[in-house]
Design a binder for this molecule. Structure first.
Ligand code: ADP
Ligand code: MG
Length: 247
């Protein structure tokens, strides 16, 4: 089982869009895939039209003997299940509070899925917290979408420093560029500069309106615009990511 967390300290950088598309592509290849929407904004749940009938409460969800069978829902796609977000702000506070007890709490919750799923994708909220520390510990890959702008470079460096400071394996951190616009000099320059870091996949996701249209179709791009350029970009990037982790 490979745990991939779509994370960035920054919001609005394409974590959810990427999480939704990568999880779909993994499932389409036949891998048993679970998507856990931990962000209280619940955007991944929205895209997959997943709304829990009843939520067990966050404490139960992340308790040691949690039985997540009741909260996992099937999506409309084969091999792809989801744990929808709990949208209440209070639950989120409780979750962060609970995570303060140990940075391995989430990791031990995820253990029950070992053998059952090939991939677990976590759509993370932005920011540093006890929750993000748990996510960094539980994830095999902390996958960071980065827009090639000044502020994004700044937050990228902050995450790198945080990994160092907390002694987290920096090899877990893997990045790719999103919402790129190669007509902009700044994008080109920043990409050229950051590629030297060797933390970035060669493939990237340009700024494309088909990505935004996911909100209208409420589906991953591959499901409604398979032959589009955007779908192709996500496929190529996903192939590059899996080349590194599946052998
Ligand atoms: N490659 C892209 N091209 C155009 N719009 C994008 C792209 N990636 C994301 N978006 C749009 O940008 C906004 C933020 O993306 P989202 O995935 O929700 O970010 P995050 O989860 O990091 O907050 C959304 O409206 C989304 O549709
Ligand atoms: Mg999001």
């Amino acid at each position: 089982m490979i745990v991939i967390a779509l994370y960035n300290l920054k919001g609005g950088v394409g974590k959810t869009a990427s999480c939704v598309n990568f999880a779909y592509l993994a499932a389409k290849e036949g891998y048993k895939t679970l998507l856990w929407d931990i962000d209280p904004q619940g955007s991944t749940s929205f895209y997959y039209k997943a709304k829990p009938k009843t939520h067990p409460g966050i404490k139960k969800l992340i308790s040691k003997d949690a039985n997540l069978e009741n909260v996992i829902m099937a999506t409309e796609f084969d091999h792809l299940d989801i744990i929808p977000a709990d949208n209440s702000a209070r639950s989120f506070d409780v979750m962060v509070e609970e995570m303060k007890s140990s940075k391995n709490r989430l990791k031990s919750v995820l253990k029950q899925f070992d053998g059952e799923y090939d991939f677990v994708f976590i759509d993370c909220p932005p920011g540093f917290s006890a929750l993000s520390e748990n996510i960094f510990s539980a994830a095999d890959i902390v996958l960071m979408p980065i827009i090639p702008t000044t502020l994004s470079v700044r937050t990228y460096n902050m995450v790198k420093d945080y990994f160092k400071e907390k002694d987290i394996d920096s090899n877990k951190m893997m990045c790719f560029f999103t919402m790129t616009d190669l007509r902009k000099n700044m994008h080109n320059e920043i990409m050229e500069q950051l590629y030297k870091d060797k933390k970035f996949f060669q493939n990237y996701i340009p700024y494309l309106s088909d990505v935004e249209k996911m909100g209208i179709h409420r589906q991953p791009i591959e499901a409604f615009a398979r032959s589009s350029y955007a779908a192709n970009c996500y496929r190529e990037l996903w192939t590059e990511i899996t080349e590194g982790v599946l052998e």
